[in-house]
Design a protein around this ligand. Structure first.
Ligand code: NAD
Ligand code: IPM
Ligand code: MN
Length: 355
């Protein structure tokens, strides 16, 4: 059986880390006898937008819907196309169109990565952010009125549906059952008077089915502080779209670099393909220099193999980058070294074994 994978490198360092992700995924597939076929697409990029005046072809849904998984780099090049245009025109369409309602973002302090938080060692930081990925604060409902006058006003709606909140919270409880049986919910029900109290209510109600999961909740402001001061407190953290976005950059920053952070945009029922990408963006500030850390893309590739049913191959990739990072000889600049993206990618691919 061959799994078909759509490869979408995107912009900036997306095009630099993708070859290293593919190198490692291909190597693991070879060692574990997994059949993979790849097809690469140039859309979801500023170059495509410059040529076509849109980020995706009109038939993007039909073009991608029958792939077993989508492997994505990063999109965004604000010099050429405004960010809300490029993101709403591509990545956010994939997440919503393919109903990838779970954004799964593991956060782990890796051996050999210099920890910015004093005294923290691998094992201290090991949690997963479960981010709602299709609704919430990310909505295209709103508008501007009286533009250009002193009555100018802008409204941006947050939408939380019972289905949308329940399914992400349920997913998080089930994940907590399989991990450390501890769920933390990110809220802001003191200042946001409709959506967040509703979120809290659903978290409490759904907890009845999981009496052995310890649940706590923190307002997003103090939760951010606890991520820095007590990252060892967390196991599974469930959050709305915007809060989850913020926490999933903050968490990896507490482990040394966002360059290692992976993400799965999961459609749990499997009716549509899931999408795997690093958490980071296109990093225009370092793009073209060949110095991006490829580990986030490589780890996302491992998550993709795991999702496709190959937990052994996924574990072999994770084991390989952990050993390479622990040795500390080949490090990109964000890890304090001088290695290139390709050098680190090659080193990791060579370290993958089927034992
Ligand atoms: P970013 O994640 O691209 O970069 C933030 C900082 O982290 C930069 O200093 C960058 O150099 C550094 N960094 C990021 N990834 C790195 C890596 N692999 N190795 C080493 N350093 C790394 O965030 P930004 O600057 O806010 O956004 C840049 C563009 O990317 C924008 O257009 C934004 O909208 C877009 N973006 C896209 C995604 C995505 O495709 N999922 C995610 C975030 C941002
Ligand atoms: C992410 C990114 C996106 C998000 C942006 C680029 C729209 O920051 O994947 O974390 O906010 O979801
Ligand atoms: Mn983000």
């Amino acid at each position: 059986m061959t799994h078909s994978i759509a490869v979408i490198p995107g912009d900036g360092i997306g095009t630099e880390v993708m070859p290293e992700g593919l190198r490692c995924v291909r190597r693991a597939a070879e060692l574990f006898g997994i059949g993979l076929s790849f097809e690469e697409f140039d859309f979801a990029s500023a170059a495509y937008w410059s040529k076509h005046g849109q980020m995706l072809p009109d038939n993007w849904f039909d073009t991608l819907k029958d792939f077993d998984a989508l492997y994505f780099g990063a999109v965004g090049w604000p010099e050429t196309v405004p960010d809300h245009v490029s993101l709403w025109g591509s990545l956010l369409q994939f997440r919503r169109g393919f109903d990838q309602y779970v954004s799964l973002r593991p956060v782990r302090l890796l051996p050999g990565v210099p920890a910015p938080l004093a005294g923290r060692v691998p094992g201290d930081i090991d949690f997963v952010v479960v981010r709602e990925n299709t609704e919430g604060e990310y909505s295209d409902i709103g508008g501007r009125i009286f533009e250009g006058t002193d009555r100018e006003a802008v409204v941006q709606q947050t939408v939380m549906t019972r289905t949308g909140v329940d399914r992400i919270v349920r997913y998080a409880y089930e994940l907590a059952e399989r991990r450390g049986k501890h769920l933390t919910s990110a809220t802001k029900s003191n200042g946001i008077s409709y959506s967040m109290p509703y979120w809290d209510e659903r978290v409490a109600a759904l907890g009845a089915a999981h009496p052995d999961v310890r649940v706590d909740k923190f307002h997003i402001d103090i939760l951010s502080a606890h991520f820095v001061l007590h990252p060892d407190w967390f196991d599974v953290v469930v959050a709305s779209n915007l809060f989850g976005d913020i926490l999933s950059d903050l968490g990896p920053a507490c482990t040394g670099t966002i360059g290692v952070a992976p993400s799965g945009n999961i459609n749990p029922g499997g009716a549509h393909p899931s999408l795997f990408e690093p958490v980071h963006g296109s990093a225009p500030d370092i793009a073209g220099q060949g110095i991006a850390n490829p580990v986030g893309q490589i780890w996302a590739g491992a998550m993709m193999l795991d999702h496709l049913g190959h937990a052994d191959a996924a574990a072999a990739i994770v084991d390989a980058f952990e050993r390479v990072l622990a040795r500390g000889e080949v490090r990109t600049p964000d890890l304090g070294g001088t290695a290139t993206c390709t050098e680190l990618g090659r080193e990791i691919a060579a370290a993958i074994t089927a034992e």
